[in-house]
Design a protein around this ligand. Structure first.
Ligand SMILES: [Zn+2]
Ligand SMILES: [Zn+2]
Length: 682
C-alpha cells in the first residue's frame, strides 16, 4: 500500500467480487480533495486477509460521505467511559445475557458435561445477541437519526449538509458510524454460516471468528477519537438547546432500554461490545474438554480477539494519560498528577451544599487522594481550577453511606478540614464514586509506608458532616422548628443542627481545642472531660497563677481554659440518636401525603413497632402526624404517576389517610413492608 506524507488521497472502491491480487483500496494522489486523516487511518489493513478486505470494501459508504474534519477539542474529559460502562452492563442484562446463576438453577439435574454444553449454548446465543444489538445501534445512528433530523426541518435538517469549514459534529458521527457499520456488517456477514441453535456441536463459531476478527481492528481509529467526539457532542448540545431537546426526544424513543442512555453513551457501546466478544469467546472455550477440536478452535479465536482487544485497551490507556495531562493543566501545575503510583480514577462536576446554598465544585479522585476544586468559569467545561483547592489523603477521609434510596445522589465526606455534602447528577455516578473510594482506601492499606497509627492520629481531626436534612433542632426535648437559615447552627463536634437556645461553645478536639459551637449534649460531655482533667493533652496545658491555660488551634494561641466554654441556654438535653433511628426503621421514604385534592411532600417513616410517622424533612423527628397502623387495612391503586396507598382502620370504610409514592424502588419497598395490610388479592 502506498502512503506518502504530505499527499492527500482519493479512495476508489472495487467491487467485492474482485479476484484481483491488487489491494482492494487503491490510492491515488489527488490535489482537489482535502487531506482526511480518518480515511488514511481506516485504510490500514492490520494484516487482514484479501478476502476480508474485499468484503469490507463492498460494505463501506460512498466516498462523498467520508470526508470530515479532524477534531481538536481541548475541553475537559469527563468520566464518560467509567460512568457509562456499567450502565451498559445493566442494559445487557435485559437482553440476552449469560448468567451462571440461570445455568445452574435451571439445569440442576444435568451432569457436568451437559451443564457445560448448555452454558456454551447460552454463550453462543449472547454472542449472537451482541452482534444483533450492535448492528441495530449502528442502524439507528446511521439511518434513523439522519431521517429524524430531516423531518425536524429548519436548522436541525441543515446539520446534515456538509460544510466547508467542517461538518457538524452529528454529521461527522453519522459518517464515522457508517464506516464502522460497513466494517461490522463485514464482520457479522461471516456469521451467516453459523447455526446459533446448535453452536455447541460444531466449531463454526470459533472458525468464523478466527477468519473475521481482524475486521474489528478497523474500529480502532474511531475508538481513538471517541472521547473527543463525545466531548464535542456534549459541548454542542450545551450550546444548542433546540438540538439538545430534539436529541432527547430521539434518545427516548430509540435508546429506551437500560435507563435512557444518551447518544454519547451509545458511542461507548462499540468499545464495550468488542470487549464482550472477547469475554464470551473465552467463556465459550472453557465449556469444552482439553484437547478437543472445539476447545482448540475456541482458544485460537480468543487469541485473535485478544489481539484486537490489546490494541483497544492500549488506546484507552492513552486516553487516561491524556486526561491526566489535562487535569494537570487545569490545576495550573499546582498538583503533581504524575506522581509515581498515582493514577487518575474519576472526575466529576458536583454541587456542594453548605446549608445555605449550593456551590459548583469539581471532584477529582486519584488512587491516593481526592481533590475538591472550584471552577474559574462555570460556563466553560474545560476551565482551569482556582488555585486554592482542597487535597485530601484518601486514608484520612470517611464517607457516609446513606441507606435511603431517595437520597442516592448525596455523598457525604468527612475530612480533616471540614465535612462535605456533595450532590451528584445521578445515583449511578455517586455509587461509582463510593465504590472507587472504598476500593482505593482498601488498596492503600497494603502500600509500603502505610502507618496505621499515623492515619488514626490524623483521623482524630475528622470534621463531622453537617446534618442539613432536618428542619428542626435535633435535641430530643427541644425539636424547635427553624424559622430562618440564620437560626440554624451546627454542632462542630457531632454535626447535628441546633437552635439558638441550644447553642453553646466549648473547646472541640477536632479543631485543636478552639472555642467552637456545640450542642447541649456535646457540651456536657466536653465539660465532664474538662472537670475530670482528661480533656486537654498534657503538652497543650500551661499553668499561670494557679489557672489553667491551653494552647489552641493551629497557631497554638494560649487561652484561659474556662474562657473556652459558654453554656447553651438550654442545658441537659439529649440529642436524637441518628444511628438508633436507622435501627428502629422498617421503611422510610419520600411520599406525597394526600388530603382531598391536595398533596403535601413529606417523609413516611415506618418504625418497627408499627408506628407510621410523617415528617416534613428527611431527618426531622417531630411528626406532622402519626398513626399506629397495626390494625389498618391498606388499599393499593396504580395511578399515572406512581402508586397510591390508602389506609383505613379495620372495620371502617372511610380512609384514614392516603399517600402516593412515585419512585419504582420506593413503590417496591412499600409494597413489601405493607404486604400484610393489603385487602386486595394483587
Ligand atoms: Zn453535638
Ligand atoms: Zn434546640
Amino acid at each position: 500500500m502506498v502512503r506518502e506524507k504530505g499527499h492527500s488521497f482519493n479512495l476508489t472502491q472495487r467491487p467485492s467480487s474482485s479476484s484481483s491480487k491488487a489491494p482492494s483500496f487503491s490510492l491515488s494522489p489527488s490535489v482537489s480533495t482535502p487531506p482526511s486523516p480518518s480515511i488514511k487511518e481506516t485504510n490500514e489493513t492490520f494484516g487482514m486477509s484479501l478476502r476480508l478486505r474485499n468484503r469490507i470494501s463492498s460494505r463501506l459508504p460512498s466516498i462523498s460521505q467520508l470526508f470530515s474534519k479532524q477534531l481538536s477539542v481541548n475541553s475537559a474529559m469527563s468520566t464518560e467511559l467509567e460512568g457509562s460502562s456499567s450502565q451498559f452492563d445493566f442494559e445487557e442484562k435485559e437482553e440476552l445475557y449469560y448468567s451462571d446463576e440461570i445455568a445452574s438453577t435451571s439445569t440442576t439435574k444435568m451432569d457436568d458435561a451437559q451443564r457445560k454444553l448448555e452454558k456454551s449454548r447460552r454463550l453462543g446465543l449472547e454472542f449472537e445477541g451482541q452482534l444483533k444489538n450492535l448492528t441495530h445501534l449502528l442502524r439507528v445512528i446511521t439511518e434513523e437519526l439522519p431521517s429524524y433530523l430531516k423531518t425536524q426541518g429548519g436548522k436541525l435538517a441543515k446539520i446534515l449538509v456538509p460544510h466547508k469549514q467542517g461538518d457538524h459534529i452529528l454529521l461527522q458521527i453519522v459518517n464515522k458510524m457508517k464506516m464502522i457499520k460497513g466494517f461490522h456488517t463485514a464482520f457479522t456477514d461471516g456469521f451467516d454460516v453459523v447455526d446459533f441453535s446448535s453452536i455447541q456441536e460444531d466449531p463454526q463459531l470459533a472458525t468464523v471468528i478466527i477468519e473475521n476478527a481482524d475486521v474489528l481492528k478497523s474500529f480502532i481509529p474511531f475508538l481513538k477519537e471517541k472521547r473527543e467526539l463525545v466531548e464535542e457532542v456534549k459541548l454542542s448540545r450545551a450550546n444548542d438547546k433546540e438540538l439538545d431537546l430534539a436529541l432527547k426526544k430521539f434518545e427516548e424513543k430509540h435508546f429506551k432500554r437500560g435507563g435512557h442512555l444518551n447518544l454519547q453513551n451509545q458511542l461507548d457501546r462499540i468499545h464495550q461490545t468488542i470487549m464482550r466478544y472477547g469475554f464470551l469467546m473465552e467463556e465459550f472455550g472453557k465449556c469444552f474438554s482439553d484437547g478437543s477440536e472445539m476447545k482448540k478452535k475456541a482458544e485460537e479465536a480468543v487469541k485473535k480477539l485478544k489481539d484486537v482487544i490489546t490494541i483497544v485497551e492500549a488506546e484507552m490507556a492513552t486516553a487516561t494519560e491524556n486526561e491526566t495531562r489535562k487535569v494537570h493543566e487545569r490545576l495550573q501545575g499546582r498538583f503533581d498528577t504524575f506522581k509515581k503510583a498515582r493514577k487518575l480514577l474519576l472526575q466529576e462536576r458536583v454541587w456542594s451544599d453548605n446549608g445555605m446554598r449550593l456551590q459548583e465544585r469539581y471532584l477529582i479522585l486519584f488512587t491516593d487522594c481526592m481533590l475538591v476544586c472550584r471552577l474559574t468559569n462555570s460556563k466553560d467545561p474545560g476551565c482551569t481550577f482556582e488555585k486554592d483547592f482542597y487535597e485530601f489523603d484518601l486514608n484520612t477521609i470517611e464517607i457516609e453511606i446513606d441507606q435511603y434510596q431517595e437520597y442516592e445522589k448525596v455523598l457525604k465526606v468527612s475530612t480533616t478540614q471540614r465535612g462535605f455534602f456533595f450532590l451528584f447528577e445521578n445515583g449511578k455516578l455517586k455509587t461509582d464514586w463510593i465504590k472507587a473510594i472504598l476500593d482505593s482506601q482498601e488498596k492503600m492499606k497494603n502500600r509500603i509506608g502505610y502507618d496505621k497509627k499515623i492515619v488514626e492520629a490524623k483521623k482524630k481531626f475528622l470534621k463531622p458532616v453537617w446534618v442539613l436534612e432536618s428542619g428542626e433542632c435535633l435535641m430530643e426535648q427541644c425539636s424547635d422548628k427553624f424559622k430562618s437559615p440564620e437560626e440554624r447552627n451546627y454542632c462542630r463536634r457531632c454535626g447535628l443542627s441546633i437552635c439558638p437556645l441550644c447553642t453553646g461553645f466549648a473547646p472541640v478536639s477536632q479543631y485543636q481545642f478552639e472555642k467552637q459551637i456545640v450542642c447541649p449534649d456535646c457540651f456536657e460531655e466536653i465539660l465532664d472531660d474538662y472537670v475530670t482533667g482528661t480533656l486537654f493533652p498534657e503538652e497543650l496545658k500551661l499553668s499561670r497563677k494557679g489557672k489553667l491555660y491551653v494552647k489552641t488551634g493551629k497557631t497554638e494561641e494560649v487561652k484561659a481554659a474556662e474562657k473556652l466554654f459558654k453554656e447553651p441556654k438550654k442545658r441537659d438535653l439529649k440529642k436524637f440518636d441518628l444511628e438508633e433511628r436507622k435501627k428502629e426503621t422498617k421503611a422510610f421514604g419520600f411520599v406525597y401525603l394526600r388530603s382531598g385534592a391536595m398533596e403535601t411532600e413529606a417523609y413516611a417513616w415506618l418504625k418497627n413497632d408499627n408506628r407510621l410517622v410523617f415528617v416534613k424533612q428527611k431527618l426531622d423527628f417531630k411528626p406532622i402526624f402519626e398513626r399506629n397502623i397495626g390494625s389498618h387495612n391498606v388499599q393499593r391503586s396504580k395511578e399515572k404517576d406512581g402508586f397510591v396507598f390508602a389506609f383505613s382502620k379495620k372495620g371502617r370504610t372511610t380512609d384514614d389517610f392516603t399517600f402516593r409514592v412515585k419512585e419504582p424502588n420506593s413503590i417496591k419497598k412499600w409494597n413489601t413492608v405493607l404486604a400484610d395490610h393489603f385487602t386486595d388479592s394483587k
